[in-house]
Write a new protein. Structure first.
Length: 179
Protein backbone atom coordinates (compact mmCIF):
# COMPACT_ATOMS: atom_id res chain seq x y z
CA UNK A 1 0.00 0.00 0.00
CA UNK A 2 1.21 3.47 -0.83
CA UNK A 3 -0.34 6.84 -0.17
CA UNK A 4 0.47 9.80 -2.40
CA UNK A 5 -0.08 13.39 -1.30
CA UNK A 6 -0.94 16.15 -3.71
CA UNK A 7 0.64 18.54 -4.51
CA UNK A 8 3.86 17.03 -3.10
CA UNK A 9 3.82 13.63 -4.86
CA UNK A 10 3.21 12.71 -8.49
CA UNK A 11 -0.44 11.75 -7.99
CA UNK A 12 -1.14 11.92 -11.73
CA UNK A 13 1.75 9.59 -12.49
CA UNK A 14 0.56 7.10 -9.86
CA UNK A 15 -3.00 7.10 -11.25
CA UNK A 16 -1.68 6.76 -14.79
CA UNK A 17 0.55 3.81 -13.88
CA UNK A 18 -2.14 1.81 -12.10
CA UNK A 19 -4.86 2.48 -14.71
CA UNK A 20 -2.49 1.63 -17.57
CA UNK A 21 -1.74 -1.70 -15.88
CA UNK A 22 -5.35 -2.83 -16.46
CA UNK A 23 -5.64 -6.15 -18.30
CA UNK A 24 -9.03 -7.64 -17.31
CA UNK A 25 -11.34 -5.17 -15.55
CA UNK A 26 -11.62 -1.54 -14.57
CA UNK A 27 -14.38 -0.37 -12.22
CA UNK A 28 -14.44 3.33 -11.34
CA UNK A 29 -16.63 5.66 -9.31
CA UNK A 30 -15.26 9.14 -9.85
CA UNK A 31 -16.81 12.40 -8.62
CA UNK A 32 -14.66 14.88 -10.54
CA UNK A 33 -13.16 13.65 -13.79
CA UNK A 34 -11.62 16.05 -16.27
CA UNK A 35 -8.07 14.76 -16.68
CA UNK A 36 -7.58 14.48 -20.46
CA UNK A 37 -4.69 12.01 -20.26
CA UNK A 38 -6.45 9.65 -17.85
CA UNK A 39 -9.64 9.94 -19.91
CA UNK A 40 -7.68 8.87 -22.99
CA UNK A 41 -6.25 5.85 -21.17
CA UNK A 42 -9.71 4.89 -19.90
CA UNK A 43 -11.11 5.31 -23.44
CA UNK A 44 -8.55 2.79 -24.68
CA UNK A 45 -9.69 0.38 -21.98
CA UNK A 46 -13.34 1.05 -22.82
CA UNK A 47 -12.56 0.26 -26.46
CA UNK A 48 -10.93 -3.09 -25.63
CA UNK A 49 -13.54 -5.89 -25.84
CA UNK A 50 -11.37 -8.14 -23.66
CA UNK A 51 -11.63 -5.76 -20.68
CA UNK A 52 -14.77 -5.26 -18.56
CA UNK A 53 -15.18 -1.56 -17.84
CA UNK A 54 -17.74 0.03 -15.54
CA UNK A 55 -17.77 3.75 -14.75
CA UNK A 56 -20.00 5.61 -12.31
CA UNK A 57 -19.95 9.41 -12.46
CA UNK A 58 -21.67 12.13 -10.47
CA UNK A 59 -24.50 13.89 -12.32
CA UNK A 60 -23.52 17.42 -11.27
CA UNK A 61 -19.85 17.00 -12.15
CA UNK A 62 -20.49 15.15 -15.43
CA UNK A 63 -22.51 18.15 -16.58
CA UNK A 64 -19.50 20.49 -16.35
CA UNK A 65 -18.05 22.04 -19.52
CA UNK A 66 -14.81 20.03 -19.56
CA UNK A 67 -16.47 16.82 -18.39
CA UNK A 68 -19.12 17.16 -21.12
CA UNK A 69 -16.38 17.57 -23.70
CA UNK A 70 -14.65 14.39 -22.48
CA UNK A 71 -17.92 12.43 -22.48
CA UNK A 72 -18.68 13.63 -25.99
CA UNK A 73 -15.17 12.80 -27.22
CA UNK A 74 -15.34 9.22 -25.91
CA UNK A 75 -19.07 8.62 -26.40
CA UNK A 76 -18.63 5.68 -28.80
CA UNK A 77 -16.30 3.87 -26.41
CA UNK A 78 -18.57 4.51 -23.44
CA UNK A 79 -21.75 3.36 -25.16
CA UNK A 80 -20.38 -0.16 -25.56
CA UNK A 81 -19.70 -0.46 -21.81
CA UNK A 82 -21.55 0.32 -18.60
CA UNK A 83 -21.44 4.00 -17.73
CA UNK A 84 -23.88 5.32 -15.13
CA UNK A 85 -24.28 9.01 -14.37
CA UNK A 86 -26.40 9.98 -11.41
CA UNK A 87 -26.61 10.70 -7.72
CA UNK A 88 -26.20 8.84 -4.46
CA UNK A 89 -28.95 6.55 -3.18
CA UNK A 90 -30.24 9.51 -1.13
CA UNK A 91 -30.21 11.90 -4.14
CA UNK A 92 -27.05 13.72 -3.00
CA UNK A 93 -23.78 13.89 -4.91
CA UNK A 94 -21.97 10.66 -5.76
CA UNK A 95 -18.74 11.74 -4.10
CA UNK A 96 -16.54 8.63 -4.42
CA UNK A 97 -13.06 8.73 -5.84
CA UNK A 98 -12.48 4.99 -5.99
CA UNK A 99 -11.51 2.32 -8.44
CA UNK A 100 -10.62 -1.34 -8.70
CA UNK A 101 -8.16 -2.51 -11.36
CA UNK A 102 -8.15 -6.22 -12.26
CA UNK A 103 -9.44 -7.12 -8.78
CA UNK A 104 -5.87 -6.52 -7.57
CA UNK A 105 -5.44 -2.79 -7.10
CA UNK A 106 -7.77 -0.51 -5.12
CA UNK A 107 -7.56 3.22 -5.76
CA UNK A 108 -9.14 5.54 -3.19
CA UNK A 109 -8.77 8.89 -1.51
CA UNK A 110 -9.85 12.50 -1.80
CA UNK A 111 -8.30 13.16 -5.21
CA UNK A 112 -10.54 14.19 -8.08
CA UNK A 113 -9.17 13.15 -11.47
CA UNK A 114 -8.33 16.69 -12.55
CA UNK A 115 -5.25 18.84 -12.89
CA UNK A 116 -6.12 20.85 -9.80
CA UNK A 117 -7.06 17.76 -7.78
CA UNK A 118 -3.84 15.97 -8.74
CA UNK A 119 -1.34 18.86 -8.64
CA UNK A 120 -2.67 21.89 -6.76
CA UNK A 121 -5.08 20.91 -3.99
CA UNK A 122 -4.21 19.15 -0.75
CA UNK A 123 -5.45 15.62 -1.52
CA UNK A 124 -4.44 12.06 -0.90
CA UNK A 125 -4.51 9.02 -3.11
CA UNK A 126 -4.06 5.56 -1.67
CA UNK A 127 -3.25 2.64 -3.94
CA UNK A 128 -3.16 -0.82 -2.45
CA UNK A 129 -2.64 -4.28 -3.86
CA UNK A 130 -5.07 -6.32 -1.79
CA UNK A 131 -7.63 -8.68 -3.30
CA UNK A 132 -9.84 -8.72 -0.17
CA UNK A 133 -10.02 -4.91 -0.10
CA UNK A 134 -10.73 -4.94 -3.85
CA UNK A 135 -13.56 -7.46 -3.44
CA UNK A 136 -15.14 -5.37 -0.69
CA UNK A 137 -14.82 -2.15 -2.71
CA UNK A 138 -16.09 -3.83 -5.88
CA UNK A 139 -19.23 -5.03 -4.08
CA UNK A 140 -20.02 -1.45 -3.00
CA UNK A 141 -19.18 0.04 -6.41
CA UNK A 142 -21.34 -2.56 -8.21
CA UNK A 143 -24.25 -1.91 -5.84
CA UNK A 144 -24.08 1.85 -6.35
CA UNK A 145 -23.67 1.51 -10.12
CA UNK A 146 -26.67 -0.82 -10.35
CA UNK A 147 -28.73 1.54 -8.19
CA UNK A 148 -28.05 4.45 -10.54
CA UNK A 149 -28.83 2.32 -13.60
CA UNK A 150 -32.09 1.17 -12.00
CA UNK A 151 -33.13 4.73 -11.18
CA UNK A 152 -32.21 5.76 -14.73
CA UNK A 153 -34.69 3.20 -16.07
CA UNK A 154 -37.49 4.30 -13.72
CA UNK A 155 -37.17 8.07 -13.91
CA UNK A 156 -37.06 10.61 -16.67
CA UNK A 157 -33.52 10.51 -18.00
CA UNK A 158 -31.62 13.24 -19.76
CA UNK A 159 -28.78 13.00 -22.22
CA UNK A 160 -25.66 14.24 -20.45
CA UNK A 161 -23.80 15.09 -23.66
CA UNK A 162 -26.70 16.88 -25.31
CA UNK A 163 -27.12 20.58 -24.82
CA UNK A 164 -30.90 20.65 -25.09
CA UNK A 165 -31.74 18.33 -22.21
CA UNK A 166 -33.96 16.27 -24.49
CA UNK A 167 -35.24 13.05 -22.96
CA UNK A 168 -33.42 9.90 -24.03
CA UNK A 169 -35.82 7.66 -25.92
CA UNK A 170 -35.30 4.26 -24.28
CA UNK A 171 -34.06 5.69 -20.96
CA UNK A 172 -31.23 3.17 -21.04
CA UNK A 173 -28.49 5.18 -22.68
CA UNK A 174 -25.25 4.99 -20.69
CA UNK A 175 -25.29 8.79 -20.97
CA UNK A 176 -28.63 9.18 -19.25
CA UNK A 177 -28.66 10.88 -15.89
CA UNK A 178 -30.84 9.82 -13.00
CA UNK A 179 -32.50 12.36 -10.78
Amino acid sequence: MRTFYSPIDDVHGALKAVVQSCERSLVLAIYGWDDDELAGIVAGILDNPAIHCQITLDKSQAGGVHERALLTKYRAEMESNSVAIGTSEKSAIMHRKMGVVDGLWRISGSTNWSDSGETKQDNELTIMRNTAACAEARAVLDLEHTSILTRMKHTRAYDVVGTTGAAVGAHTSPFAMSS
